[in-house]
Write a protein that binds this ligand. Structure first.
Ligand code: NDP
Length: 444
């Protein structure tokens, strides 16, 4: 494989899709050595076929706001690869959404889903619509209009979307209702549903809990655990909330949480009671994290990320490229021992280099946040079986999946000096399964 040529070709054909280029570059640089051991891959130009999505849908979403004005947004679905199972990946509703971001997420999702060992291909979608600041009725009308178009491209054996930034239980419920009405069928076409209509226990918790299960496996390799360790968490949405909950349960201390306006720093630690307040603030009142600082009299830093604070562990759980090289240097200088990503691609390439040069434990989102899609996969299984498993059963399966992903990373990512390059481990393990399936299914 000539990684540079593959990347240059992608940049020429798809200019301006910088996050997509970034994600492809990271994967190519880590799988090149393994890929070149298999000349049969190059004979069928496997890498180019794997980097370019199978298909992309773009559509206009028109809806009426509460004042009677007609609003227009762009909707997308990127179906990246389905060689190991139906397309699967979340929907993101945020004003920053564009095709390049969704192509990066769908590409990453393909490797992540492969790592989970469950039969799921990779996809991602969404719209440049932000639910924040909209009324419930507006969000419902938007979701219905979005599904009017998306329903043509998905199905329980074709493509099964889930939530992501801006898409939680409320949005999934509205979209599910519309799909059901349009298609006259009750199927597991979306995951992240409420428990009353086919959701899985532990799905809301899965990404955050899974990240901490992965972190615990990493810490175990150093003979330690979370007890008494201080943690910086970014974000205060779904992933951040349940990451914090599991950290507290396992004896760690949470010092920070954030939103897109700034972060709070609580030197005494965010307790379970204070976390419940954040959950209500974010999930019910849809307020700002600065309100926590007002209520508990702690520091609020507007317009900044929490990475300058001193702590043992960093858990980025908001969005892509939220932790840059300078942040990484600050974290390392402050003695951080582990960084485990709840968000997708939150660390820039420069930041990753800093962590790996410092030989600290560093887990990319592709491995560490795979718990969310894993439990989505378990939700699909329960829907097909028309059964509901107990919390304990789902949680045990999640723990075992995260442990297996950790083992795969160690297997493929351990360097001669014993340092585990989790990025390489995750990419190679995820890639090999997809590559073998592509080879077996022929050229089309
Ligand atoms: P939510 O919408 O529930 O929360 C997102 C959080 O990140 C909010 O606190 C939001 O702040 C903040 N945020 C969003 N965009 C930005 C930005 N541009 N700059 C700073 N802060 C921002 O999303 P999730 O918790 O579900 O997702 C968080 C991350 O985890 C994403 O990278 C997602 O792809 C990833 N992920 C999610 C999974 C899931 O199961 N939900 C599964 C695997 C990965 P504000 O309220 O101000 O917008």
């Amino acid at each position: 494989m000539d990684a540079k040529k593959v990347l240059d070709d992608l940049k020429r054909r798809f200019p301006n899709e910088v996050e997509y280029h970034q994600a492809v570059e990271e994967v190519l640089s880590t799988i090149e050595e393994e890929y070149n051991k298999h000349p049969e891959f190059d004979k069928v130009n496997l890498i180019e076929r794997l980097c370019i999505p199978d298909r992309v849908f773009q559509f206009r979403v028109t809806w009426m706001d509460d004042k009677g004005n007609i609003q227009t947004n762009m909707g997308y679905r990127v179906q990246h690869n389905n060689v190991i199972g139906p397309y699967k990946g979340g929907l993101r509703f945020h004003s920053s959404v564009n095709l390049g971001i969704l192509k990066f997420l769908a590409f990453e999702q393909t490797f992540k889903n492969s790592l989970t060992t469950l039969p799921m291909g990779g996809a991602k979608g969404g719209a440049d619509f932000t639910p924040r600041g909209k009324s419930n009725a507006e969000v419902m009308r938007f979701c219905q209009s979005f599904m009017l178009e998306l329903s043509k491209h998905i199905g329980p054996d074709i493509d099964v979307p889930a939530g992501d930034i801006g898409v939680g239980g409320r949005e999934i419920g509205y979209m599910f209702g519309m799909y059901k009405k349009l298609r006259k069928e009750f199927t597991g076409v979306l995951t992240g549903k409420s428990m009353e209509f086919g959701g899985s226990l532990i799905r809301p918790e899965a990404t955050g809990y899974g990240n901490i299960y992965f972190l615990m496996e990493m810490l175990k390799t150093k003979g330690t655990d979370l007890k008494g360790k201080s943690c910086l968490i970014s974000g205060s949405g779904n992933v951040a909330q349940y990451t914090a909950e599991k950290v507290l349960e396992l004896g760690g201390k949470v010092l920070t949480m954030s939103d897109s306006n700034g972060y709070i720093y609580d030197p005494d630690g965010i307790t379970t009671e204070k976390l419940n307040y954040i959950m209500e603030l974010k999930n019910v009142y849809r307020g700002r994290i600065s309100e926590y600082a007002d209520k508990y009299g702690v520091k609020y830093v507007a317009g900044e990320k929490p990475w300058g604070e001193k702590a043992d562990i960093a858990l980025p759980s908001a969005t892509q490229n939220e932790l840059n090289g300078d942040h990484a240097r600050q974290l390392v200088a402050n003695g951080v021992i582990a960084v485990s990503e709840g968000a997708n691609m939150p660390s820039t390439p420069e930041a990753i280099e800093v962590f790996q040069d410092a030989k600290i434990l560093y887990a990319p989102g592709k491995a560490a946040n795979a718990g969310g899609v894993s439990v989505s996969g378990l939700e699909m299984s329960q829907n097909s079986l028309r059964l509901s498993w107990t919390s304990e059963e789902v949680d045990n399966r999640l723990k075992s999946i995260m442990k297996n992903i950790h083992e795969a990373c160690v297997k493929y990512g351990t360097q001669p000096d014993g340092y585990v390059n989790y990025v390489k481990g995750a990419n190679v393990a995820g890639f090999m399964k997809v590559a073998k399936a592509m080879m077996a299914q022929g050229i089309y």
